[in-house]
Design a protein around this ligand. Sequence first.
Ligand SMILES: [Zn+2]
Length: 130
Amino acid sequence: MFFKQLKKLKAFDINQEISERLDGALHYLSDEGAKRFTPRLVSEKIDISLEETRTLLLRASQLGVLEPFFEIECPEGDSDFFVKSLEEINWGKEVQCRVCDSIYIPSSEHVWLTFSLKGEFSDPKVMCRP
Ligand SMILES: [Zn+2]
């Protein structure tokens, strides 16, 4: 296992094979320098349902491997900004998209759960170690 903490997924009744597939997918994403990724991307890589993947990624976050974020999308489909908690969003208040400048009110239908690799794993220097 590349991410040793993922061995602890066993405690959440997640089988070894799934844990290893997740480990491989996250290792690949970190090598690729992926800053943030969606459960859908991981779901496609490890070939389990989106629902299961979401749970799996939240467990991996509890183990300190990942950090969950909420991505707020503007009506044009830009990924405008990220927050760690939904409470940080001023619901009902207009904001200006940082990408396309359009003015919009964030809607819960356009908030996506995304993940990033946490701490040292997101440091490219660490990834270059043999
Ligand atoms: Zn936009």
